[in-house]
Design a protein around this ligand. Structure first.
Ligand SMILES: [Cu+2]
Length: 142
């Protein structure tokens, strides 16, 4: 075996390490587009023009923020901003709190998708991407 062939395993390991580092950076890099969720003293979403407004940014495999508290019986306007990071979280959000059970997102960076609904029953509602990797919670209070 000549010198060149002996190098191949090392080059493969190097390629794997570089790939892992790049993937890690893409997944973990900080996102400066995090929505500024302002909350009332009781943790409830603010009401603007009669609607409870919650704002969220979709990252590669997470939501930011990923917890919201709203009041039952008052319309909710859910403003969902795409970070443009690739991943199935950018495709759609699934939750039983949504009238159709899901909302399809505009995956392009900076694009805002609106989901509007009126939560009827108090409780804890989860939302997630189709693979249940990115997860969040909307708590509906009385
Ligand atoms: Cu996913």
């Amino acid at each position: 075996m000549n010198q060149k062939n002996n190098l191949i395993p090392y080059l493969s390991i190097g390629a794997i390490i570089v790939t892992a580092l790049i993937s890690g950076y893409i997944i973990l890099k900080p996102n400066d587009q995090t929505g500024n969720q302002t909350q009332n003293a009781n943790g409830l979403a603010p009401i603007v023009n009669g609607k409870q407004v919650i704002q969220m940014t979709v990252k590669a495999v997470s939501y930011s923020p990923n917890f919201f508290k709203v009041k039952a019986g008052v319309p909710v306007r859910w403003e969902i901003t795409s970070s443009g990071q690739p991943g199935c979280a950018s495709g759609a959000i699934f939750s039983s709190i949504l009238p159709n059970g899901s909302v399809y997102l505009n995956p392009n960076q900076g694009q805002v998708t609106l989901a509007e609904f009126t939560p009827q029953s108090p409780g804890t509602y989860r939302f997630s991407c189709s693979m249940n990797m990115a997860k969040g919670t909307i708590e509906v209070a009385n």
